[in-house]
Design a binder for this molecule. Structure first.
Ligand code: BEZ
Length: 213
């Protein structure tokens, strides 16, 4: 099976989840999506990650992003663990967790890296656009909890590119100047970016973030 690459259509699948059986593409609908795997239920780092994602629901909703987690444990295990997450992280898990006991989805998305662990998934993150193409893939080891502020930052960047024809420079944060994508001719910039632009070099044109007042 070929590895998934950026721009590919995210492979579709049917799966059991804590919110019922899903068909992934139907579940995504017209939203952006985040599919993220964690190595196992009842583990400390994962507990903090899922609690954090639950607390960020309003941030994901604001960006029209649906979030779904995955691990290779079963529904009963997931449901018991969700109680622990809610208790220890003072939140309510508000997104589905896929029960991938047969590892079908983990294999489809290349989430098991045998030289790291032969059975458990690594911490994969896939961001999927409304057209179902994969826009971002990040892989962390089991021992490193993910930075979900970084995930939101990248989603903001992806959406700026998708909707406003800008890229984002190194260490960009919401509110900073953006880079006009190379496909836009300098002559066309004033019409497209009425807030103005600065031509540092013919190939490096900066403009205020277009979607802010
Ligand atoms: C954890 O989620 O805490 C974890 C899982 C597997 C290996 C190391 C940490």
């Amino acid at each position: 099976m070929a590895a998934i690459r950026l721009g590919d259509v995210a492979p579709n699948f049917d799966a059991q989840s804590t919110e019922g059986d899903i068909n992934f593409h139907e579940w995504l609908g017209d939203s952006w999506g985040v599919l993220f795997s964690h190595p196992a239920d009842y583990t400390p780092v994962c507990t903090t990650e899922l609690g954090t994602v639950a607390k960020y629901k309003a941030e994901f909703d604001k960006r029209n992003v649906k979030v779904i987690a995955l691990s290779v444990d079963g529904i009963e295990s997931h449901n018991g663990w969700i109680n622990d997450i809610n208790e220890t992280q003072q939140t309510t898990v508000n997104f589905p967790i896929i029960a991938d006991e047969d590892r079908k989805v983990s294999v489809l998305y290349d989430m098991i890296h045998p030289n790291a662990d032969s059975q458990l998934t690594v911490r994969s993150v896939f961001v999927i656009a409304p057209d179902k193409t994969v826009k971002l893939m990040i892989t962390y080891p089991a021992s490193t909890g993910r930075n979900f502020d970084e995930l939101l930052r990248v989603i903001d960047s992806l959406q700026l590119t998708a909707y406003h024809k800008v890229a984002t420079p190194a260490n960009w944060n919401n509110g900073d100047d953006c880079v006009v994508v190379p496909a836009v001719e300098t002559v066309d910039i004033p019409a497209l970016f009425p807030k103005g632009f600065k031509e540092v070099k013919p190939y490096l044109r900066l403009t205020p973030q277009p979607n802010l007042n």
